[in-house]
Design a protein around this ligand. Structure first.
Ligand code: FPP
Length: 242
């Protein structure tokens, strides 16, 4: 049973994996898998907003995903475009703010323009922040952060002594988000694939065997229950926590 309103993770990050295998198992095309994956994403967004999760970050497209066959990349981009068009109303109705992390300079211009418009139109919504990681890679994010800080040091805007965790946080794409409390990966793979490496330093990890199109609200609830039953010590002893 999920303990309502007590210890709800403030930030859940999800690696939505297994669309291709789901489709293959059913003798369908990979496109079909991604389309079903989109349905799971919609359900999980709604449920998170309903149960009081303040931040949900979905890994929708990695820097490495550009290496997939062009046809699949095009399909994923058009799925993203259509979803954005159809979901704007829902985001507004449900008081959800949309933000994007990643190198959106690589995203087709028609989509990046739409993304900017939706982020702008939902910027004052405050029930939940939904962040889509698009063309995202954590190592690139950290490299960018280091470059920006180095530039400021070079130009005497900040001194080397001022470099600490908080300053690095402020130079990441996720500067407005809290650290990840719970990271979920579906499809039975047990790795974090260059997703929010810095932000997940103390995240609880939950690996589900469900393929993403099969991952529904009940699986999310069981991941949250699992999270709530863990003891987060942040390097301290059990006694210090209690
Ligand atoms: C992983 O499955 C999924 C992706 C690379 C794309 C994620 C996209 C969606 C879930 C659909 C759209 C979502 C939004 C927010 C519009 P995979 O292709 O790696 O599966 P496999 O490992 O079984 O091949």
């Amino acid at each position: 049973m999920v303990k309502e309103n007590t210890n709800t993770p403030k930030h859940i990050a999800i690696i939505m994996d297994g669309n291709g295998r789901w489709a293959k198992n059913k003798g369908l095309s990979r496109d079909q898998g991604h389309k079903e994956g989109k349905e799971s994403a919609k359900e999980i967004v709604k449920t998170c907003a309903k149960i009081g999760v303040k931040n949900l970050t979905l890994f929708a497209f990695s820097t490495e995903n550009w290496k997939r066959p062009k046809l699949e990349v095009d399909l994923l981009m058009s799925l993203l475009h259509n979803s954005l068009m159809s979901e704007l109303k829902e985001l507004k109705k449900n008081n959800i703010r949309l933000t994007i992390i990643g190198d959106i300079s690589k995203i087709p211009i028609v989509i990046s323009k739409l993304l900017k418009k939706i982020c702008d139109e939902t910027k004052d919504n405050n029930l939940m922040t939904l962040t889509l990681a698009l063309s995202y890679g954590s190592r690139n994010e950290i490299i960018n952060s280091v470059k920006n800080i180095a530039d400021k040091v070079k130009n005497n805007i900040i001194s080397v002594e001022k470099i600490d965790q908080s300053l690095i946080n402020q130079h990441l794409y996720t500067r407005d988000l809290p650290d990840v409390d719970l990271m979920i990966r579906t499809s039975g793979e047990k790795r974090i694939s260059n997703f929010l490496l810095w932000q997940s330093a103390y995240a609880e990890l939950h690996f589900s065997d469900e393929l993403w199109p099969d991952f529904k609200s009940e699986h999310l609830m069981s991941a949250i229950t699992d999270y709530q039953n863990r003891e987060r010590r942040f390097g301290k002893t059990s006694e210090q926590i209690t």
